[in-house]
Design a protein around this ligand. Structure first.
Ligand code: GUN
Length: 289
């Protein structure tokens, strides 16, 4: 591991820009070959303000990469039947290579039921049980964007993963669980921590690789970090004064880590880059089927 008093800041913004430029180049080749752009349907149910920010950023990133996005914004009062009918329409639309239903859904709609209805070949979020199952079986297809982005960042910085002890803090379907599967696939010995973990400090302290995906501002103090460890902070928390902070105490952890992602500018930008990459991948595979 690198010198613990000089952590390498993992520049997610720069790596994401490279991924996006690479996707844009391959999109141009796709257009030349197939006479159409890869298409991403973006479904936002209701008007949750945080979701609106994420959805706007995703559509903007699509446009910059030459991917065509199709917006569907049903009201929060949409019925499950209407939403399932929309998903079915998008599943059968030959212009649509990827379908993204922004989460969370308004109360009363079952996100699992909606995710299950998406054609796994168009599931660019990687949330469908088929894609989760394929990742669990060491046959990754479309991979959840945030964990995939962390893996890409680790690869870009040549962070050694084979045989490393990895601790994932958080066990959500969107980040923690698929993150653990990705790290396992890369040869890590993986521990997954959650709200009932007895000694979180000890689990973090023995990790060569820490992924924090909790959603609680600065919950992991620097003192827990093993000297030289790689720290990936997936948390994005807004404090009362408006500042964005991660799940890790960045200043404290920087004194010990070998590598660390900043918030913002670390894992966050990678997520959108991998969404674009997944959409192109889905389009290429669909045209090859
Ligand atoms: N809500 C928070 N993160 C995500 C994501 O990666 N995809 C979707 N569809 N919704 C989200």
């Amino acid at each position: 591991m690198s010198a613990s008093n000089h952590p390498l800041i993992l520049d997610g913004k720069a790596v994401a820009a490279r991924v996006r430029a690479d996707v844009a180049q391959r999109v141009r080749e796709f257009v030349a070959l197939h006479g159409r752009a890869p298409g991403l349907a973006v479904v936002q149910v209701g008007q949750d303000p945080a979701s609106s920010v994420y959805v706007r950023n995703k559509k903007k990133a699509c446009a910059e990469a030459g991917i065509q996005s199709f917006s569907h914004d049903p009201p929060a009062t949409v019925t499950r039947q209407e939403l399932l009918a929309l998903v079915d329409l998008l599943n059968r639309d030959s212009q649509v290579d990827g379908i993204l239903v922004q989460l969370p859904l308004p109360a009363g709609l079952d996100a699992n039921e909606i995710m299950d209805a998406i054609d796994p070949h168009k599931d660019v979020d990687g949330f469908h049980p088929t894609n989760t199952g394929l990742l669990a079986q060491k046959r990754p297809a479309l991979r959840p964007c945030t964990p995939y982005g962390v893996m890409r960042l680790a690869q870009e910085y040549a962070i050694p993963l084979s045989g490393a002890r990895a601790t994932v803090v958080g066990a959500s379907n969107i980040v923690g669980r698929p993150m653990a599967l990705e790290l396992l696939l890369a040869g890590c010995t993986v521990t997954v921590c959650h709200t009932r973990t007895r000694d979180l400090a000890a689990e973090v302290a023995r990790a060569d690789v820490v992924v924090a995906a909790i959603g609680k501002p600065q919950m992991i103090p620097g003192a827990w970090i093993k000297p030289g460890a790689a720290v990936f902070d997936v948390g994005i928390n807004r404090l009362a004064d408006g500042t964005l902070v991660g799940d890790v105490d960045f200043a404290g952890a920087s004194l010990r880590a070998g590598w660390i992602t900043p918030v913002p500018g670390g894992a966050g930008p990678m997520t959108i880059a991998m969404l674009l990459s997944n959409t192109l991948e889905a389009a290429l595979r669909r045209m090859a089927r």
